[in-house]
Design a protein around this ligand. Structure first.
Ligand SMILES: *[C@@H]1O[C@H](CO)[C@@H](O)[C@H](O)[C@H]1NC(C)=O
Ligand SMILES: *[C@@H]1O[C@H](CO)[C@@H](O)[C@H](O)[C@H]1NC(C)=O
Ligand SMILES: *[C@@H]1O[C@H](CO)[C@@H](O)[C@H](O)[C@H]1NC(C)=O
Ligand SMILES: *[C@@H]1O[C@H](CO)[C@@H](O)[C@H](O)[C@H]1NC(C)=O
Length: 356
């Protein structure tokens, strides 16, 4: 591709982005999908970053995790005030998106990050596994992303989205369990945004309710947007503990929405809107908590178990050795007896004759 047209495409992309304040991904003029010919294998044709470095999501597995004591709890500000406002819920053709109030922000990431929007990723009714991040290969039912931009450096999320230190995303893993009244404050309005482009105003609530237990326990790494244009500008915080929603709530999420507009003669269900985990070479994920597993710095009850196993092993080897020695000796001595019986007389006689 000539450099000039690449440049033109980039400029066009920026123009598209600027026109969409709270969503850093363009949803018109692009027709990327999760399934079919415009699926994720093809994203990089129109969005080169998708085939580039530092891509998200990833599998959070033991080999790449490193405990880091400098990962302090995040400070969530303006979260409860959000209860007094109306929120706008939108179907953008790829997910359901909630615009977040301007005074919501987080501190503890170096810069100040103002809130932009939240949205979700999920599977489908037959395969209800649609989280983007996985933990030790395990995929969760769904995943919530709260998107923030660096408001010390940039005026809004679209400007920040392709810039260094531009974005921060908080990710909440969702699993099936008991009914979640907080998540229902979003889910109960899905029927009003069934089709792409539809919008509804919903009563405000404290966004903090959507966070899991012990939010001070999280994974942290540098990665990208998980949707085109996949800019590698995201500081990720994936909370360690999942939240629960009920089977019915999950089914509602998996069946309520369409990627297509209301007038589209060939409607497409909004299902399976998660990206596959990406390669994670020569990078580390920092964790704010000490995790179980083969961590050499961890010396809790496992030391006792290791000692026990070692002792049992030594004892076993001793027993096997003792038995083999005993068997060997017995065999030898019985052979001697046999030798005496069979060869003794002629051998001695012959020897005696030979030496004589
Ligand atoms: C984002 O900021 C840029 C630069 O200040 C501005 O041109 C653009 O209109 C802003 N976009 C929105 C949606 O506010
Ligand atoms: C883009 O949006 C406009 C109106 O917002 C619509 O008329 C047009 O069909 C859309 N194009 C695509 C490719 O979705
Ligand atoms: C801990 O994380 C910070 C970034 O949050 C990083 O600068 C630092 O190098 C990390 N420490 C270790 C020991 O890896
Ligand atoms: C971030 O939010 C605060 C209000 O909490 C506001 O004063 C500030 O101007 C915002 N920053 C930007 C870049 O909009």
């Amino acid at each position: 591709m000539p450099l000039r047209s690449l440049h033109a495409a980039a400029v066009l992309l920026l123009v598209v982005l600027k026109e969409q304040p709270s969503n850093p991904t363009p949803h018109n003029g692009s027709k990327w999908t999760y399934i079919g010919p415009d699926g994720e294998e093809s994203w990089s044709k129109s969005y080169p970053s998708c085939g580039g470095l530092m891509q998200s999501p990833i599998d959070l597995q033991d080999d790449i995790l490193q405990y880091n004591a400098s990962l302090v709890p995040l400070d969530f500000q303006g979260y409860s005030e959000s209860a007094n406002q109306q929120f706008v819920l939108t179907n953008n053709g790829h997910s359901v998106k909630l615009k977040l109030p301007k005074d919501m922000h987080i501190q503890g990431l170096g810069a100040r990050y103002n809130a932009s929007q939240l949205h979700l990723h999920w599977g489908d009714e037959n395969e209800p596994h649609g989280s983007e991040h996985t933990v030790g290969g395990k995929q969760f039912a769904a995943e919530l992303h709260m998107v923030y931009y660096n408001s010390d450096l940039y005026p809004n999320a679209s400007i920040a989205s392709d810039k260094p230190e531009g974005l921060a995303v908080l990710a909440v893993l969702i699993e099936m369990g008991s009914f979640n009244p907080s998540y229902d404050k979003i889910f109960s309005h899905l029927k009003d945004v069934k089709y792409k482009g539809q919008e509804v105003s919903i009563p405000g609530f404290s966004i903090e309710e959507l966070l899991p237990k012990r939010p001070e326990e999280y994974y942290r790494y540098r990665g990208s947007l998980t949707t085109p244009p996949c800019y590698p500008t995201v500081l990720w915080t994936v909370f360690r503990n999942p939240v629960e929603i009920s089977q019915q709530q999950l089914t509602d999420l998996e069946t309520a929405l369409y990627c297509t507009r209301v007038e589209d003669p060939s409607p497409r269900e909004m299902i399976h809107n998660f990206r596959q985990v990406q390669k994670f070479d020569e990078r580390l994920v920092y964790v704010s908590f000490r995790h179980e597993g083969p961590d050499p710095t961890y010396t809790g009850p496992s030391l006792g178990i290791a000692l026990f196993v070692a002792l049992a092993g030594v004892l076993g080897i001793c027993i096997v050795l003792a038995v083999s020695i005993w068997l060997f000796r017995r065999k030898k001595s019985s052979k001697k007896v046999a030798n005496k019986g069979v060869i003794y007389k002629p051998a001695v006689k012959q020897d005696a004759e030979a030496h004589a």
